[in-house]
Design a protein around this ligand. Structure first.
Ligand SMILES: Cc1cc2nc3c(=O)[nH]c(=O)nc-3n(C[C@H](O)[C@H](O)[C@H](O)COP(=O)(O)OP(=O)(O)OC[C@H]3O[C@@H](n4cnc5c(N)ncnc54)[C@H](O)[C@@H]3O)c2cc1C
Length: 260
C-alpha cells in the first residue's frame, strides 16, 4: 500500500485563455459500434491547448427544441499544425451531444469552448491504474498513448462487447483489461468491482477513475476502504449521472482539483 505522505503527487492547475472555436467536421467514423470519432478542423485550432489527458471542453449542440446547450467532452487528440481536434462520442440513448454525433457528416459545423484549464499531474509515479467506462475511454486512451516507457499501466475499460474494444499504441508497459457489460448495466458498479478486485496497487501507484458517478464513487470507496489506498494517490470523477441530462460530478474525491 502507498503511504499517505510519501511524496504524494500533486495536480498543478494551468489556466488557458477561454476561447470559443468555430470548427467543421473533417471526418466522421464509427470507430466501434459504441464509439463515433469526429475529427474537427479549423483555423481556430492553431492555438488550441490541452495539457492533461483528462481535460475537458464544452461542445455547443442544439437540443430537441433547437436551443444551444453545452456538454463536456475530452480532447482525444489535437494537432496545431494540421488544425485538427479529435473527439470520441460514446453512443447511448441519445441526448443532444450524442444525437449530434449520430447524424454528423463532413462539413457540419460545431462550436467548442475551452479547455479553460488543465490539471497536470506531477510526481514520482511508477504505476498507473486507469479505470473508465465508454465516456472515460477517450481520456484513458490519451493517457496510455502519452505515458512513457518508464511506467507500468494497468487499464480497465468497460464496453458492451469485444467489437467495442480499441487498440492503443503505448510506450508504457500496458496491460489492458476489457470489461464486457451491456449499456443497460452502465450505472452498475459490480462489473468494475469484480474486475479490479485483485489489481495490484502498491507503493507509487496512481489510480484514476472516470465513469458514471455512482459507479466511480463505488470504485473509489473500494480502493479507499478495502484496499486502504491513500486519497492523494487517486482521482475519481463521475463523467455522467444516470437519469440526469447534462450532469457530472467532476470531483468526487482524491487528488482532483476544482475546475479551473
Ligand atoms: C470531464 C468529462 C469528459 C467527458 N468526455 C467525454 C468524451 O470524450 N466522450 C463521451 O462520449 N462522453 C464524455 N463525457 C460524458 C458526457 O459529457 C455525457 O455522457 C453527456 O451526458 C452526454 O451528453 P448527451 O447530450 O448525449 O446526453 P445528456 O442530455 O447529457 O443526457 C441524456 C440522458 O442520457 C444519460 N447518459 C449520459 N451519458 C450516458 C452514457 N454514456 N450512457 C448511458 N446513458 C447516458 C443521462 O443520464 C441522461 O439520462 C465527459 C464528461 C466529463 C465530465
Amino acid at each position: 500500500m502507498t503511504s499517505e505522505n510519501s511524496n504524494a503527487p500533486t495536480l498543478e492547475r494551468v489556466h488557458h485563455e477561454l476561447k470559443r472555436r468555430d470548427l467543421e467536421a473533417k471526418s466522421v467514423e464509427r470507430l466501434t459500434p459504441s464509439m463515433i470519432r469526429v475529427i474537427l478542423i479549423g483555423e481556430d485550432l492553431a492555438d488550441f491547448t490541452s495539457l492533461a489527458a483528462d481535460d475537458h471542453m464544452k461542445l455547443f449542440v442544439p437540443d430537441a427544441s433547437g436551443m444551444m446547450v453545452m456538454r463536456d467532452y475530452t480532447p482525444r487528440a489535437y494537432d496545431n499544425e494540421a488544425r485538427t481536434l479529435t473527439v470520441d462520442f460514446a453512443v447511448h440513448d441519445a441526448g443532444p451531444a450524442t444525437a449530434w454525433a449520430l447524424s454528423a457528416k463532413p462539413g457540419d459545423r460545431l462550436q467548442v469552448g475551452g479547455p479553460r484549464g488543465s490539471a497536470v499531474l506531477k510526481g514520482d509515479i511508477a504505476r498507473y491504474v486507469l479505470i473508465a467506462d465508454e465516456t472515460g475511454l477517450p481520456a484513458l486512451g490519451r493517457w496510455v498513448e502519452e505515458l512513457g516507457a518508464d511506467v507500468e499501466v494497468e487499464a480497465f475499460a468497460a464496453v458492451p462487447g469485444a467489437e467495442d474494444e480499441q487498440d492503443f499504441q503505448s510506450d508504457a508497459k500496458l496491460t489492458m483489461h476489457w470489461i464486457h457489460r451491456s449499456e443497460k448495466e452502465a450505472a452498475r458498479p459490480e462489473p468494475f468491482l469484480n474486475a479490479v478486485k485483485t489489481v495490484s496497487c502498491g507503493e507509487g501507484t496512481y489510480i484514476w477513475i472516470a465513469a458514471e458517478a455512482r459507479v466511480a464513487k463505488a470504485i473509489r470507496s473500494f480502493f479507499l476502504e478495502e484496499r486502504k489506498h491513500p486519497l492523494q494517490w487517486m482521482k475519481a470523477a463521475g463523467y455522467w449521472v444516470h437519469g440526469q441530462a447534462d450532469s457530472s460530478e467532476k470531483s468526487i474525491g482524491g487528488s482532483s482539483a476544482k475546475p479551473a
